[in-house]
Write a protein that binds this ligand. Structure first.
Ligand SMILES: O=P(O)(O)OC[C@H]1O[C@@H](O)[C@H](O)[C@@H](O)[C@@H]1O
Length: 255
């Protein structure tokens, strides 16, 4: 295993505290990539037709990654100075509204999910297994996505989590989405664990910002493309490339 050195401070052990709160897309499943491609399918032609600055891969990380659907659309449009009516969540995918654009992208995402399915990251499954073996550590999923449950089901991970705070739950309860810390705080409350005793695991800038703002015991970044340095700058305490790197620590090999 590579030595893990973060801003000069070696991470010699990883303590999962009393609870580990997992983001989904990009942390447990490679679906951040599916979202990323679906967003590009929406915004590349949309911005080109309007003569706006072209959509780039970096736009996803800067404006969309980890945020609730319509907040991602709104942030990207603002970056290009485009003002569209917000619309309603049940707007047609053809509507040129914030909600309509989000729904247009969602049609692409769900078509890919239905056609291809999804397999979880093996390292994330190994990490979940290690936590279960260790015992005494509760787990939850905290995702901005309204597709979180279908993704968890397709990945065969549904029965590992009793608490799932997703985009549907957040909308029902009026809980502000990431980068606000509220969805993570809500999940910790559901588990009966104080934020200071819970770990947040995130691959997105908005997600590590949420963990940092919520004063969680540890904010663990997983670099799937957002960049180690920027995850640290946005509030991650440590960053790994894959959760497999922490399995030995959870098993106590380094204790
Ligand atoms: O549109 P959905 O499925 O509700 O997902 C909202 C967001 O959920 C996040 O988990 C993803 O990182 C984003 O890419 C996505 O846009």
């Amino acid at each position: 295993m590579l030595p893990r050195v973060f801003l000069g401070a070696p991470l010699t052990t990883f303590d999962p505290l009393d609870a580990v709160l997992f983001d989904l897309d990009g942390v447990l499943t490679p679906t951040a990539e599916v979202h990323r491609r679906a967003w590009a399918r929406l915004f590349e032609p949309f911005l080109a037709e309007r003569g706006a600055t072209a959509y780039t891969a970096q736009d996803y990380f800067d404006y969309i990654d980890g945020k609730p659907r319509y907040e991602g659309v709104a942030a990207l449009l603002t970056s290009r100075g485009i003002d569209l009516p917000y619309g309603e969540p049940d707007d047609s995918p053809d509507a040129d509204t914030v909600c309509g654009l989000g729904n247009r992208k969602n049609a692409v995402f769900t078509a890919v999910l239905d056609a291809d399915g999804v397999a979880p990251y093996p390292g994330s499954v190994a990490f979940l297994d290690a936590l279960a073996r260790r015992g005494g550590v509760q787990v939850a999923v905290v995702s901005s996505s309204k597709n979180a449950r279908p993704v968890l089901r397709a990945a065969g991970l549904m029965d590992r989590f009793t608490v799932i705070v997703d985009g549907v739950v957040a909308a029902e309860h009026g809980i502000p989405g990431k980068p606000a810390p509220d969805t993570y705080l809500y999940a910790a409350e559901q588990l009966g664990v104080p934020a200071s005793r819970a770990v947040v695991v995130e691959d997105a800038h908005s997600g590590v910002e949420a963990g940092h703002a919520g004063h969680f015991g540890h904010v663990l970044g997983v670099d799937r493309g957002a960049g180690r340095e920027s995850l640290l700058a946005k509030g991650a305490d440590t960053v790994v490339e894959d959760l497999a790197e922490l399995v030995d620590d959870v098993n106590g090999a380094h204790a």
